[in-house]
Design a protein around this ligand. Structure first.
Ligand code: ASP
Ligand code: MG
Length: 308
């Protein structure tokens, strides 16, 4: 059942207003930063014949239009790669729909509908975008710390500005230290953000690039927030050679025909590139020090629960 009174009390709360104010500053300052770095903002894509497979999610969001089937965007990964024919450095505030398993409503960090600041850089390496991610995060945190003092005081949040380069750990090292469910225990232990590098192929989607000299290991990364806030972003270098992409799709057990259009673009030539997507609501949660992700935005939709 939909509880309108509960919704109204959340909408009218001081907490939500303050969080949304901080979110506005996150959006404004990251946009300023990226434009200073020569990036161009592109408008988001909501429906397309192709989207991120995210094989984790069994349910596909689809709509029928004019007899075609469009996928509802899970991420703009392929549009980011294809955009590089037009512009060398792009970003978008991209709404994503991910129909998460209902159990994830408890996690405090999963929304069915969220926005990621998604960017991609032509001819860049993973190291280039790691550095960019550090500069972006530091820029945003410094801006919020200087210009949102009252809001941070309201949240009793003493925001620490990390120093670049951030520490890093390989995925293998994280597994050895914390086991399969490494993210939460690792994040709780951290006092500053940390890069997790080099995921194995079966943990990731087909588009992250395999090291040329390390079979099965990818040149990719996640950023993990400290204090238990968990994953901030995912990204990496991309596969761009059609034969490799085809091999990777097949290894995932995905029917090549479902990526027919993307493969045609790959055959015409994609650029080597790297990029990442950072969740706007998760960044808001971290900056405000909030318990739960639904406290960071209007009309939050939790897995398994009817939202507005
Ligand atoms: N597509 C990735 C995601 O949505 C982000 C990226 O690799 O750029 O998690
Ligand atoms: Mg991720």
């Amino acid at each position: 059942m939909f509880d309108v009174d509960r919704y109204l009390s959340v909408l009218r709360s001081e907490k939500l207003k303050r969080a949304v104010n901080i979110q506005n500053e996150i959006i404004q300052s990251s946009r300023d930063f990226l434009r200073q770095q020569g990036f161009v903002e592109i408008l988001p894509v909501i429906i397309s014949p192709i989207t991120d497979p995210l094989t984790d999610y069994r349910i596909r969001g689809e709509i029928e239009c004019y007899g075609f089937t469009y996928q509802i965007t899970k991420s703009m990964i392929f549009h980011k790669q294809i955009s590089l024919h037009s512009l060398a450095r792009i970003f978008s505030f991209s709404p994503n729909i991910r129909i998460e398993p209902s159990e994830r409503q408890e996690s405090g960090k999963h929304l069915v509908e969220f926005v990621q600041l998604d960017l991609e850089v032509r001819d860049a390496s993973r190291e280039d975008v790691v550095k960019l991610g550090e500069e972006l995060l530091i820029f945003v945190l410094e801006h919020i710390k200087a210009d949102c003092r009252e809001d941070l005081e309201f949240f009793k949040r003493d925001l620490k500005i990390p120093k670049a380069p951030f520490p890093s750990l390989s995925h293998e090292e994280a597994l050895q230290a914390f086991g399969k469910d490494y993210e939460a225990p690792l994040s709780r232990r951290l006092e500053e953000p940390l890069w997790l590098l080099d995921f194995p192929m079966d943990e990731r989607e087909f588009y992250d690039r395999e090291y040329p000299d390390r079979a099965g290991i990818l040149k990719d990364m996640d950023l993990i927030y400290p204090e238990g806030y968990g994953e901030a972003l995912s990204g990496g270098e991309r596969e761009f050679e059609p034969e490799k992409i085809k091999k990777r799709i097949e290894l995932k057990g995905i029917d090549l025909r479902s990526y027919d259009i993307y493969l045609k673009f790959a055959e015409k030539g994609l650029f080597p590139s790297a990029g990442f997507g950072i969740g706007v609501e998760r960044l808001t949660r971290y900056i405000c020090g909030l318990e739960r992700i639904e406290e960071t935005r209007l009309f939050a939709k939790l897995p398994g629960i009817l939202g507005l």
